[in-house]
Structures are given as C-alpha cells and as structure tokens.
Ligand binder design. Structure first.
Ligand code: SAM
Length: 825
C-alpha cells in the first residue's frame, strides 16, 4: 500500500534510532534490517518478490529485488571502508543481468550505519549519493525505488558539468563574435582561465586569486584583463621570480605547456561579468570524463556536435577500462600474499603505460588514470594490512606514485590534445585529494606524451594497455572524407583493402602489443561482420588474441544511430583466461564475431545445393529506363509490336513493404540481354532509351556499360534463366529492419533493391519467411545502422535448407498461404 512521504520519514526516524546503536555482525541481522527498511517504505518483501541471500559469483547477494535493486550488506565496523567493498558489489551487479532480464538499476552498499546508493548503468565509478543512517530520513528520496518510485539524487554531476561548459562557451562565443583575438589565443585563454578557476577552488592557486583579480577588474574599468590576467598567466608560466608583496607574491609555477603562451585578451565589462560569474561555479565538481568532450564539441571545429549530443558516457568508457585495465590489476592485487608481492606489484604499476591512439579530449585516459590511482591506493592498503597482521610497525610507504606521464595519447585534432592534457591535470589533482596522497601536482606534469598526429602514420609508444574509441568512417566514406591519396596509402600500408577506418586501429593495436599486453577498443559494428571482421577481430584471434570481454552490439552513447561493438582482448596470455564476459554473461569463449562459441555461425560456407536460387535484382544504371504509367500505356497501345515484351512492371523494396498487395507501381524498359538488332523490334522503346540513357552511359568509366547502353548495367542472365520456367517467383527486400518476401508474376522486373528467389512453391515461401531463416540472415548479414542488408551469397547460400517430412512440408506451405492471405485481406 502506498504511504505518504511524511509517513516514510517518520518510520525512517524510528528505524534509524532503532539501529543506531547496533554493533554486531550476524548475517541474520542483515535480513531483519532489510525487512525493516522495506516496511518503512510500505513494501512487503514477500509480495514484492524480494529474495534474500541469492547465490552469485561464488558468494551471496544479501538482497535481490529483480528489476529494482540489489543490497550488499556489510557489518557496521566496515562503515568507513565501504570503498573496499565496491568492486564486489559492482561485480554482483554486472553479473546479475541475463539475456532475458536486465540487471536491476540500483545497487545499495550498506554497513548498517552508512549507505552508498549506486546506479551503475548511468554512473559506474561513483555512488549517486552516500549518507549515514542518521541522515536516512532526510535522504528518503534516494531510496524511493523501495516504494516503487524514481529515486532523487542530490546533485547530478553531469548536469553540473554541462553548466560549467555553458558558462565558458558563452564567454568564448562573445569573444569570437567580436574577434577579440585570433581563435588560437581565445582557446588558450579559455583553457588557462578554466584551469585557474579549477585550481583556486582546489587551493592550488592561493586565496581565490583568479576571483580576486576579476573582482578588481570588474570594479575598476580603467584596468584591463590583458595586464592583470595576462600577468597571472605569465607568472604561472615561469618558475621565478615573484614580487615580494602583493597579490602575485605566492603565485605557484604551473606551466606544463598550458601556459607556454600566456593568453592576453582584453575583456569588455559584460565579458568580465560573465567570467566572474563562472568563478562562482564550484569547479571541484566538474567531471573531467565528460567536460573535455563537451568543450571539444562546443568550441571545436565548426561546432559539429550540438552541446551534449556527442560524448562517450562514462558507463561505456568503463566497458573498456574495467576489463582491460582494472580487472587484471584487481586480480593481481588479490593474488598478492606477501609484502614482497605487493612491492613487486607497486613497482610494476609505476611502469604501467596506457595508450589511447585516438584520444580525443582524453576521456578514456582520464577514467583509466583515476582507476589506476584507486588501484594504487588499494595496493597501499594491502601493504598496511599485511604489516599490521604480521605485527610489523607501520611504515611510510615509498613515495612511489603512479606517474601521470604514463598516460599516452595520439590525436589528430590539436585542440582535443590540449583538452586531453587539461582533463588529466584536473584528474591528477582530483585523485590526490580523493585518496589523500601527499604528492605535488605543480608544476603541471609534462604531458607531451599526449600528442598530435595521425595515429596510423606515426609510431606508437610502448604500452601495456591500449584503449579508446577510434574514428568511425565507413569504408565507402573514406575517399570522400580523407581523399584518394590517403585511401591508397591505407591499402598499401595495411594490405587489407579499404575497410571501415577503425579496422586499421584494431590491427595496429594488436601488432603493437607485447605478449600479455591488453587492448580494448570500440568499433563500428561492422568489425563483427563479413568484410571488416576478417582483417580486424578475426585476424586478432588468429594471431594470438583472446577476447576477454565484449559487447556484441549496442547503440553508441554519442550518436544513437550508430551501432558499435566493443572488444577487449589480451595478446598471447601466459595462461588462457578462465572465462569471458559477453554482453554481461559469462561464456567459455568469445569468437571473432563476438558470439559465444556454440552459437557462432560466422564461418558457415556457401552450400552447393543453394547455388542459382537467389539473386540480387538487376542493376539498370540509368534512371532513363524508368517510365511513368502513362508512358507505359502509350507504348502498350502502339500497333507495331508487343511492347509488353520489353516494358515491364518494376518492383522496388517499398512496393513490398508499403503496399499490402505487394505489387509494383512503376514500369521499366528491359531489353534483357537482347542484341541491339533485336531491340530494334520495339523502336519506340529503344528510342526512349537512346534519348534518356545513352548520353549518360556515354560518360561511364566502364566500356561495356558505354557500348551496351540499351541493356541494364548488370542484367543478371543467371537470374533470368532460373526464373524462365516458373509461373511465379519470390522477391524480398534487400534492406530493412525485417526482411519481407512477396510473390511476383514473371512479367514483373525486380529492382536491385530487391532480391529474387527462384521458387514457385508455398513451402519455399514458408521457409524464407520463418523466424529461423530471419535469425540466420541477421547473423550472416551486415547491418547498415539498425537495418540488415540481405545479400544472397552470405545469407541465403549458406542457409541449411530444411528437409522435413511431407506432412510437415505441407504444414509449412499452408502456413505460408495463410500468411499471404492475411496480409492481403
Ligand atoms: C570517436 S572519437 C573518440 C574520441 C574520444 N575518446 C571520445 O569518446 O569523445 C575519435 C577521435 O579520433 C580522432 N582521429 C580521427 N582520425 C585520427 C587519426 N588518423 N589519428 C588520430 N586521431 C584521429 C578524432 O579527432 C576524434 O577525436
């Protein structure tokens, strides 16, 4: 029964008071606690189908409410160490989803006195909110899903980050509109100002120095930002000297390349106000994982991305960073049994290099860096625990910090390179603060290891892990986007023909890895399919790569219309990984089509028995062959010949999908393969073709098309021979969300956007329209965005045609008949 918010609050107050003093550790108490919590929200455990102690991943999840939430309980003494249990809770969550039921959206990690509420599908790396038991009544909305409502979390970091981007973008736009300086200087100015605001909010710049300078500038129109901010940026660029007194006396030395050219830009009063209001923003709360990408979109080349429309969500970045970077380290840390093991792991971690060879604004690198720092902290904790339990004295751990410079990137867009560096500098300070490490963040680290270049042309630095999201250009777009010379160079350099652009990154990454090295890349979905799979995933698997974790297909978070695949692999591992994770499920082996081994049909061969039954429709190559209905009727009325021999109804895909009768609505002149001499028997039709098609064909690069202008470019004599003796045939659309089939009479000429099946029996129509053939075709075909493209050679010729008993055969035929009747009714 739904109860009021006030009632929930009242109950939660009582609940908090009741459990506030609990110090025990019995598991049974966890169930009492959870039952009580559900009751506060008016939910009965039994009625809701909530289960306690569900076996999972070798352990037990304390509470599972399918499709709603998971609760992982810890004893009260762990309240200050919940972060040490996050990995386990998130692993439970990852593995709680199945093909039939998605993982519940919320995860609560709770040590009786402290709660962490996670929404891992939206934000994977940090809880949406945390609070103590005593604060629970005030935070009742954060657990509102216990009452069947949407929860409310206090602040949404991505919204805040967007706000920050809007603030600086507004300023940049004004400056650009009035040409306050050249574009390069304006971008430098914005980046230097952003870092300064971030730095003063995190106390790297003393006394809110940047804000103070702006206050002074706003109140005194006689001063200029060229002098005041310019001077600040100059000091930040130089190690010494500083004035003995005054505002700039203790300005730190930052440089790192960010201040290599201190930006001098004069701001008008309204622009100063804008920048001053940006100072009020709490820059500590900016999320670098998306900040750079948003800013790249907003300030980048021609604003090609609407603000917020294009960036990789953190949840997607983690589908690579977790399996390729974090999990292997977690396993290694868990396997450390001696202090010497921990020491060796710390030393190896300090040398561990991550490369993103299409790093954009550095979002993958930032997330990887943040996670590596957390791993480093857990190694330190491990060492401390070991010392303690061995009765050894606490010892300051060696000041061996994971270096920011181990993050390497290559990127074509120079502005994105600057943003990637900025994101990492921010990430450095945020990590040092989060983990309370005693480490200097100034001067800014030299991030020349993140550099501008064409990743396919330059040498890559040594890397233990390669991550990223290389650019998407279909093989058909490469010439248009990158030019013929570049396309030819790609063919020569890689020797695999012209493929989707990302294919070359998969290849180069695998070549570049040392044995035991790992990579995780996002690619267009084509890497799992026919032409592009061979030189990418298949080549990797055939050359010592083992795919450890993959997403077979998902819409990309940046641009919903693109389907992508994600593959993480390890090159020649010392020991084969015991299992793999495919689309969130544990499987033995992931194949190069990103399928579990037993379901993989990608290597199916073309069957001899299926030859000469299915064809792509003829390709006219010349719109002039088409006739309107009036023109066709005029020809039919002419006395000198039977024009219906060469003027035929013309079937296109839409006729099959849009018209219940699935009949053609246009006409076409089709001389089949007749020589010119014979075509002259239909003079009026030939004349039309000569007027409309011949001039266009005359410019065609292929001689056969030029010379035989009255005949379709691809006339498909094989198809014509196969159809010759049939009183009807089956046509199917060549591309669509679902492939539909239709009966056609022999007079109808199919277009090249249809496929033709040389069958006249209802049984064949039943088999082609069956779910099994549809699944097979989907597996065998390439996809274009979300459509499948049915190609007879890969979808039909490989299909094992069933051989049922006569009864079953008739049953299928009868079903096919009623399907067509219903469609046409
Ligand atoms: C799909 S984006 C991914 C960037 C970033 N990780 C993200 O999620 O926003 C691909 C990036 O590759 C860059 N790029 C394109 N061609 C490149 C090349 N030949 N070498 C290096 N980078 C390239 C683009 O500028 C873009 O930033």
């Amino acid at each position: 029964m739904a109860i009021s918010g006030e009632e929930v609050r009242r109950r939660l107050r009582e609940f908090a008071a009741q459990w506030g003093g609990y110090r025990g550790s019995e598991r049974a108490e966890a169930q009492t606690f959870l039952n009580g919590l559900l009751e506060c929200y008016g939910t009965s455990r039994r009625e809701a189908g909530v289960r306690f102690e569900e076996a999972q991943d070798g352990g037990f999840i304390d509470m599972v409410w399918p499709s709603v939430c998971i609760f992982e309980m810890k004893r009260p003494s762990e309240a200050d160490r919940l972060d040490a249990h996050r990995a386990q809770a998130l692993r439970y969550w990852q593995r709680s989803g199945t093909a039939r039921q998605a993982a519940p959206p919320y995860v609560v990690l709770c040590a009786f006195h402290r709660f962490e509420v996670w929404q891992p599908g939206a934000v994977y790396t940090e809880p949406r909110t945390t609070f103590d038991l005593a604060e629970l009544p005030e935070n009742l909305d954060a657990l509102a899903f216990l009452a069947g409502r949407e929860p409310l979390f206090v602040a949404d970091q991505s919204e805040l980050t967007r706000e920050a981007v809007v603030l600086v973008t507004d300023l940049y736009d004004r400056l650009r509109e009035r040409r306050a300086a050249d574009a390069g200087t304006l971008r430098d100015f914005v980046l230097q100002a952003i870092w300064s605001m971030f730095a003063e909010d995190l106390q790297i710049l003393p006394r809110q120095l940047f804000t103070q300078l702006l206050d002074a500038l706003v109140s005194d129109p006689g001063r200029s930002s060229v002098d005041e901010l310019g001077r600040l940026f100059r000091y930040l660029a130089e190690p010494a000297p500083r004035p003995e007194h005054g505002l700039y006396a203790d300005t730190p030395y930052a440089n790192g390349g960010l201040f290599a050219t201190p930006a001098e830009v004069h701001l008008e009063p309204d622009e100063l106000e804008l920048l001053r209001s940006a100072c009020d923003f709490d820059w500590k709360r900016v999320e670098p994982a998306i900040f750079g990408a948003l800013l790249q979109g907003a300030l980048g080349r021609e604003r090609q991305w609407a603000l917020g429309a294009h960036y990789t969500s953190e949840a997607d970045i983690l589908k690579i960073v977790l399996p390729t970077v974090v999990e292997p380290w977690r396993e290694r840390i868990a396997a450390c049994t001696t202090l010497a093991d921990v020491g060796a792991a710390q030393a190896d971690l300090a040398r561990y290099v991550v490369l993103d060879p299409a790093c954009g604004s550095g979002n993958f690198l930032y997330v990887a860096y943040r996670e590596l720092r957390r791993l480093e902290a857990s190694l330190r904790r491990r060492a401390t625990d070991m010392r303690r339990s061995a009765g050894l004295r606490e010892q300051e751990t060696l000041a061996l910090h994971f270096p920011l410079t181990n993050m390497r990137g290559i990127e074509a867009d120079p502005f994105a390179v600057s943003l990637a560096r900025l994101s990492l500098w921010m990430g450095h300070k945020l990590a040092v603060d989060e983990l309370e490490i005693d480490e200097r963040v100034l001067p800014l680290a030299d991030l020349s290891g993140i550099r501008r270049g064409d990743a396919l042309r330059v040498a890559w630095p040594r890397a233990d892990a390669i991550v990223g999201n290389p650019p998407y250009h279909g093989s058909q777009q490469i010439r248009g986007e990158l030019g013929d010379d570049y396309a030819e160079w790609l063919r020569r350099e890689f020797g695999v023909g012209l493929k989707d652009y990302c294919v070359y990154w998969f290849r180069k990454a695998h070549d570049h890895l040392e044995d035991g090295g790992r990579a995780g890349l996002v690619g267009t979905n084509s890497i799992t399919q026919n032409r592009a799979r061979g030189p990418s995933l298949q080549w990797i698997v055939e050359n010592g790569g083992v795919i450890t974790s993959a997403v077979s297909k998902q819409p990309w978070s940046g641009e919903a219309v693109v389907n992508v695949s994600i593959a993480n692999w390890v090159k020649r591992p010392a020991e084969p990984p015991p299992e793999a994770l495919l689309d969130g499920r544990v499987v033995d082996v992931i194949t190069s089509s990103l399928r579990p081994l037993d379901l993989d049909v990608s290597n199916a061969v073309q069957l001899h028995s299926n030859r000469d039954h299915a064809f792509q429709g003829p390709i006219p190559a010349g719109a002039g062959f088409l006739l309107s209905e009036t023109e066709a009727n005029e020809l039919f009325d002419r006395p000198e010949a039977h024009y219906s021999d060469v003027v035929r109804p013309y079937l296109v895909g839409e006729d099959i999908t849009d018209d219940p009768l699935q009949r053609p609505r246009r006409y076409i002149v089709d001389f089949a393969t007749r020589p010119l001499q014979e075509a002259r028997l239909w003079p009026a039709a030939l004349e039309l073709v000569e007027q409309r098609v011949r001039p266009i064909r005359a410019t065609n690069a292929r001689r056969a098309y030029r010379d035989r202008w009255w005949i379709f470019a691809e006339a498909r004599p094989g198809m014509r021979a196969a159809l010759a003796s049939l009183h009807r045939y089956i046509a199917g659309i060549a591309q669509g969300k679902r492939i539909l089939f239709a009966w056609q009479e022999p007079w109808t000429c199919p277009s090249n956007l249809t496929n033709v099946f040389a069958f006249a029996d209802d049984y064949a129509m039943g088999v082609l329209s069956s779910a099994i053939h549809s699944h097979w075709a989907r597996d065998q075909s390439s996809t274009l965005r979300v459509d499948i493209r049915y190609t007879p050679t890969s979808a039909f010729e490989t299909f094992p045609w069933p051989d049922p008993t006569p009864d079953r055969r008739e049953q299928i035929a009868s079903l096919a008949r009623s399907m067509i009747e219903r469609r046409q009714a």
